[in-house]
Design a protein around this ligand. Structure first.
Ligand code: AHM
Ligand code: MG
Length: 333
């Protein structure tokens, strides 16, 4: 019974910043995720938790009540721990500045990018949803105001990334650059325990995950890759699995061996998923787990962002599968 807190302290050596900062970050993340776990698990019981909040977010998407709850839970949790100076969230047009009580080198130096509740169209139907988070050190001097450039850093500058999946159990998966580790919440005591040590994509290539309903809108290269997935290989084609929740699809593919595919389409010419708080953290985890993440031409972690809510095509999974998909895109576009 190895708790997340104990694990962080014993495995902090790859975290080049302060252990205190790391513990404060996780204190915020654990608290908000437990509050969301509690709400998600009773969502079917009360009208106050399911359905639309009545607002539209910056993406033009209908905000769900739990999207709003999760956004506020994380903001409040980070605000009170003197470690974060700015947050950008899927649910907020602009970044949010947090003024620390005492600003010194390791306090209030972290920038958080977060999708508080991803896959929220699955809330009302009791299917897995998740939180995706990503942390950087601020670039600007602590004497200056935060600027947008503090948030528009390449993914390869992340110091911490992870997700929480609210599924048949609630699991927190993270990396600080020393592998990918998963912790399952025991709700009876409110503690995360180590359950998935050093997660790696298995050698098996088994699954492809894509919204195939968009087939007619895909490029030739993507269509050819889908047909390749459906061909017999070692007596069976790849299995298709897609639940429309990036965290859920990624988590399954990480454990069972599969590729997640969200290409650009005729109606989403830049892709659907957001680079900063969906793709970059997942790409960081994928690489730490021995996999690969690409926009079809370039490593996701090397893309220089230009906008907070920038979108990108996203292909992520075992190296062999992602490389094969890139070849199809080059050869058949
Ligand atoms: P969201 O942030 O509004 O929930 O959208 C992101 C989600 C991802 O979790 C998921 O993989 C994708 O959108 C599903 O999109 P689609 O319904 O077009 O397949
Ligand atoms: Mg999202």
């Amino acid at each position: 019974m190895y708790t997340l807190g104990e694990f962080i302290i014993e495995n902090r050596d790859r975290f080049s910043y302060s252990t205190e900062a790391l513990l404060r970050l996780f204190s915020s993340i654990k608290l908000a995720s437990k509050a969301i776990h509690k709400e998600v698990n009773k969502a079917g019981l009360t009208e106050e938790l399911i359905g639309s909040s009545g607002f539209t977010n910056i993406q033009g998407e209908n905000q769900q009540k739990l999207d709003d709850f999760a956004h506020r839970a994380f903001i409040e949790s980070f605000k009170s721990r003197n470690v974060v100076c700015g947050i950008a969230s899927e649910e907020s047009k602009d970044f949010i500045v947090i003024k620390g009580e005492q600003e010194n080198f390791f306090k209030n130096q972290c920038i958080v990018l977060i999708d508080p509740l991803d896959g929220s169209s699955n809330i009302d139907v009791n299917v897995s949803i998740g939180t995706i988070f990503s942390v950087y050190m601020r670039k600007s001097s602590i004497q200056m105001n935060l600027t947008i450039e503090d948030f528009l850093q390449k993914g390869n500058k992340q110091i911490l990334a992870g997700y929480i999946i609210y599924g048949s159990s609630t699991i927190l998966v993270y990396s600080i650059g020393n592998g990918v580790h998963g912790f399952t919440l025991d709700p009876s005591v409110g503690t995360f325990y180590l359950s998935h040590s050093n997660l790696r994509f298995p050698n098996a290539e088994r699954i492809y995950s894509i919204n195939e309903g968009n087939y007619a809108k895909f490029s030739n290269g993507i269509r050819r890759f889908i047909r390749y997935c459906q061909e017999q290989k070692d007596n069976r084609p790849y299995t298709a699995r897609y639940i429309g929740s990036l965290v859920g699809d990624f988590h399954r593919n990480l454990i069972q061996g599969g590729i997640y595919i969200y290409p650009k389409t005729a109606s989403s010419p830049e892709g659907k998923l957001r680079l900063l708080y969906e793709c970059n953290p997942m790409a960081f985890l994928a690489e730490e787990a021995g996999g690969k993440a690409s926009n079809g031409k370039k490593r996701i972690l090397d893309i220089k962002p230009t906008k907070l809510h920038q979108r990108t095509p996203f292909f992520c999974g075992p190296i062999g599968m992602v490389t094969k998909l890139e070849e199809f895109m080059i050869n058949y576009e």
